[in-house]
Design a protein around this ligand. Structure first.
Ligand SMILES: [Zn+2]
Length: 147
């Protein structure tokens, strides 16, 4: 059974991973990591979902250390704390850009990154730190507007 943590997001979709399933990695977050995922959903993902008026697909949320290594994540990745999510823009660059600009202009965030793989798949990485737990640096990397 799935558990909704906001109107449109379940906790399960924020740690689901095909790579973890394929490799037999138990990618279950701790309570603290789940708390971070709930804040990320409540402060960033759900307001974004409401503003866009259509589903926001998360390709990667929480990653345990093993999974983070398996997918080639950086060693200090905020995904490992449950503070980051990758938004799959499904090849729709205009939608991706809209998401990126909305987060930048209207939502709290720690890091906002326009990312792409070598094969040309684009996604939006966003992280958020609940203010009691640390600072949000509002760091924008690979700024779309500057290209
Ligand atoms: Zn990411």
């Amino acid at each position: 059974m799935e558990t909704n943590i906001t109107m449109h997001f379940t906790i399960e979709e924020l740690y689901a991973s095909k790579t973890a399933n394929d490799k037999g990695i138990n990618n279950k977050p701790s309570v603290r990591e789940m708390v971070n995922l709930v804040y990320l959903a409540a402060y960033v993902l759900e307001p974004l979902r409401k503003a866009m008026g259509k589903p926001i697909i998360i390709s990667s949320g929480f990653r345990c250390e093993r999974l983070n290594k398996a997918v080639g994540g950086v060693s200090n990745s905020q995904h490992m704390k449950g503070q980051a999510a990758d938004i799959d823009i499904q090849g729709d660059m205009a939608f991706g850009k809209k998401i990126f600009e909305y987060i930048r202009n209207h939502l709290p965030f720690d890091q906002l990154i326009w990312e792409h793989s070598k094969s040309g798949t684009y996604w939006v990485h966003v992280s958020f730190v609940y203010p009691d737990f640390g600072k949000n640096r509002k760091k924008v990397i690979n700024d779309l507007l500057k290209k």
